[in-house]
Design a protein around this ligand. Structure first.
Ligand code: PFF
Length: 478
């Protein structure tokens, strides 16, 4: 325990270590290093596990027909997500700066061009855009903490739970207050130094969330239409799969793992040399995927048992879980606890979403951390108003992918993150010299060879193919 405390402190102190090099000839980070491998895994897990697992995965899987979508999602996580995550971490550790500066530096070192820094810029913009709507949904979880605590869901039926949701999101004022509150909390913590307490929060939050989900799974098995839910999630019906749903599955893989925008690269910058990138990435991907699958297993049986629609959309989780929790003994307590944990999960992810932009403002424009947090947070809050209104006043204003919220979500998850992943894969697989990547990944063994095949071929070809197919630029064969 004592040791952990020391780790925490070591992690947060901004040391004045030179960024130019250490005695071993390797670079060190301006912001100090993670104190242990566990600290790093916890921070990355904190960023990965969030609304993407519990809120987004079930509703996107529901909208895209279930089984076949889930299969494509799992394939994307394994064949594209995992290698791209490893690449992001290794680039971060190699550069030891914020993503923009890391890519500028490595671009020059490895490829002769600092233009690669555009990847960092893409990440800064993606982080700001994602957080603009992420904060709105995280605000919903804050509202649900209060609602749960008042006992509204205790013994409530599907209709009542649905009416609470509809009444809430229908009021732009209520949604705005919650969005504002969540952004204020995020800015406050980012301004004080992101890492303080983060490890402890994640150390508690992830196992607690996992345990509560397992309890809910028990409830779902007993009281839900479990066989139907299981069938929906795991019996692939490929006739339901369109190229757009394949794109949604790939986008979900990027979103849930927090990859493709430099957030993980920023964390990799503080990773000690001796930590295994493969091991750490494997642990994070396993934890993240388990929570998403568990969420699906809890939610779909309840959806079918209560005659709800799996393609309900973003409100799905908010209309099923309070129902289940309300039926349990001490339902108000468990419901409150669940939404507290979910807000925590959202909050640790939000910190990761803001970090690239804040680090960039601090390092490039000489702002203090607090100033940067307020400026970036204010901008995100303002942009978030579009998503606040998407569920009420502007719900009928639809264009391209749907409401403003739908468009920002589509643009970021399905376009910007995969594009970022593509650039990362090309850089790590084709531009960076073999020695540099082998050096970071612990030598040229079997795992390295496998990674190299995935990052050079599977990831870039897969991403490009799906992107082009989804926009109709590749014709169908046969
Ligand atoms: N992975 C987070 C989630 O599943 O909720 C969302 C996210 C966080 C995406 C941080 C990207 C990021 F940089």
């Amino acid at each position: 325990m004592y040791k952990n405390r020391r780790f925490l402190k070591a992690r947060i102190e901004i040391s004045m270590i030179s960024t130019q090099g250490s005695e071993s000839g390797k670079r060190t980070s301006l912001h100090g290093h993670w104190s242990s491998k566990m600290a790093f895994i916890l921070a990355v897990t904190g960023s990965a596990v969030g609304l993407g697992n519990v809120w987004k995965f079930p509703y996107v899987a529901g909208e895209n027909g279930g089984g076949a979508f889930v299969l494509v999602y799992l394939a994307c996580v394994l064949l594209i997500g995992l290698p791209v995550m490893m690449a992001e971490i290794l680039l971060g550790r190699r550069g030891r700066r914020n993503p923009v500066a890391t890519m500028a530096l490595l671009g020059k070192e490895e490829g002769g061009s600092s233009k690669w820094k555009l990847l960092g810029v893409l990440g800064v913009v993606a982080g700001i855009l994602i957080l603009s709507y992420y904060s709105v949904i995280a605000g919903w979880t804050l509202f649900y903490i209060v609602k749960s605590a008042t006992g509204v869901f205790q013994g409530a039926d599907a209709e009542t739970v649905g009416a609470v949701f509809g009444g809430f999101v229908g009021s732009w004022q209520a949604v705005m207050i919650c969005h504002t509150l969540f952004m204020a909390l995020t800015v406050y913590v980012v301004a004080r130094g992101v890492e303080r307490g983060l490890e402890q929060a994640v150390r508690f939050m992830v196992p607690a969330l996992l345990s509560l989900m397992v309890v809910l799974l028990g409830y779902s098995i007993v009281s839900g239409s479990f066989a139907e839910g299981l069938g929906f999630m795991f019996t692939p019906d490929f006739s339901k799969l369109t190229w757009n749903s394949v794109l949604a599955a790939m986008g979900q893989a990027f979103f849930t793992l927090s990859i493709g925008m430099g957030a993980i690269m920023a964390y990799g910058a503080y990773l000690p040399e001796e930590t295994s990138i493969t091991g750490a990435s494997g642990a994070v991907v396993t934890a993240d995927t388990s929570i998403a699958i568990l969420a699906g297993l809890v939610i779909f049986p309840l959806v079918f048992a209560n005659g709800l629609d799996p393609a309900e959309g973003p409100g799905l989780v908010f209309q099923t879980l309070p129902l289940a929790l309300g039926q349990m003994p001490a339902g108000a307590f468990f419901s409150t606890l669940f939404f507290v944990l979910l807000s925590f999960a959202a909050w640790t992810s939000a910190l990761g979403l803001m970090e690239p932009a804040v680090a960039w403002l601090v390092e490039h424009h000489n702002r203090s951390r607090s100033q940067a947090a307020v400026i970036i947070g204010g901008l995100i809050w303002l942009l978030g108003i579009g998503s606040v209104l998407s569920f009420n006043v502007l719900a009928d204003t639809q264009f391209l992918a749907g409401t403003i919220f739908d468009n920002v979500d589509f643009l970021t998850s399905n376009v910007m993150l995969p594009l970022g992943g593509l650039i990362i894969a090309i850089f790590a697989g084709w531009v960076m010299c073999r020695n540099s990547s082998a050096d970071e990944l612990g030598g040229a063994g079997t795992v390295y060879k496998l990674w190299r095949v995935l990052i050079r071929f599977a990831a870039p070809i897969g991403i490009l193919f799906v992107l082009l197919k989804a926009v109709g630029l590749l014709p169908d064969l046969g």
